[in-house]
Design a protein around this ligand. Structure first.
Ligand code: APR
Length: 232
């Protein structure tokens, strides 16, 4: 299954393409999430991610995250692929989600790419790499950057091999993640799109359900993959 920002919406985290609020309302995320933006104004980009990191840390996993973690316990094999960088799937109990776009809680050196576990806040952000003195940046994939190869290969292999592919809370605008449901369909899987604006026409084995992830997923998982105590 593939998730996008819509799965974290009910945890209070703005989706990527909904209007930004407050101080960041004047900025388009796609203009901040690039290496060029960071070179142009490293402090602004660092502070935007620091704000998003705080939002994610203060947010709680919602029933959608919990249902997907429960699903993995009820089926013989399940791969969770996420475009989200908020870490909420892991906090909900999902084990080793494939984080295609990285994770806000990690930072790395802009120059040598080394992931840095701990960094000192500075009066003049971004902080510096303890190794080479380069600027630190969030360990997320920016527009124009390649996805981590191992993560992408694992996601494609899962899409090719699965019987059922759930695509949840994603606009499907950003490649290569957007190709995964298509790959699953081409390889004979049943594909279910769960979103707030799903295509009106979907013919089996493609299904489209217009619903909030946090409302639909608990009921769907219990109905399709019941456990002994959930069979009422
Ligand atoms: N339940 C289900 N779907 C929802 C909900 C909800 N409660 N709330 C919003 N949505 C849907 C929206 O209708 C939208 O189609 O979630 C989708 C979120 O789409 P985007 O904001 O485009 O986020 P996403 O698809 O995850 O973006 C993919 O693009 O910009 C990059 O790296 C960024 O990971 C991001 C990627």
């Amino acid at each position: 299954m593939l998730t996008g920002a819509g799965v974290s919406a009910e945890s209070g985290l703005p989706t990527f393409r909904e209007a930004q609020t407050g101080l960041w309302a004047q900025y388009d995320p796609e203009e901040l999430a690039t290496p060029q933006a960071f070179r142009r104004n490293p402090r602004l980009v660092w502070e935007w991610y620091a704000w998003r990191r705080q939002l994610a840390a203060a947010a709680q996993p919602n029933p959608a995250h919990v249902a997907l973690a429960a699903l993995a316990q009820r089926v013989p094999e399940c791969t969770l692929i996420t475009q989200n960088v908020d870490g909420l799937h892991t906090r909900a109990g999902s084990v080793n989600p494939i984080e295609l776009h990285g994770n806000l809680s990690r930072v790395k050196c802009f120059d040598d790419g080394r992931v840095v576990e701990h960094w000192q806040a500075t009066a003049d952000p971004p902080p510096r790499c303890p190794d080479c003195g380069g600027m630190l940046r969030p360990d997320v994939v920016w527009f124009g950057e390649l996805l981590p190869r191992t993560a992408l290969d694992a996601a494609i292999a899962a899409a090719q091999a699965c019987d059922v592919f759930l695509s949840i809370g994603t606009s499907g605008l950003v490649e290569p993640a957007a190709a995964l449901p298509r790959i699953a369909l081409q390889c004979g899987a049943t594909v279910v799109l769960i979103n707030l604006d799903v295509p009106t026409r979907a013919t089996p084995p493609l299904y489209a359900i217009n619903a909030k992830a946090g409302e639909l997923l608990p009921a769907l998982v219990d109905a399709v993959w019941p456990t002994p105590d959930s069979i009422g």
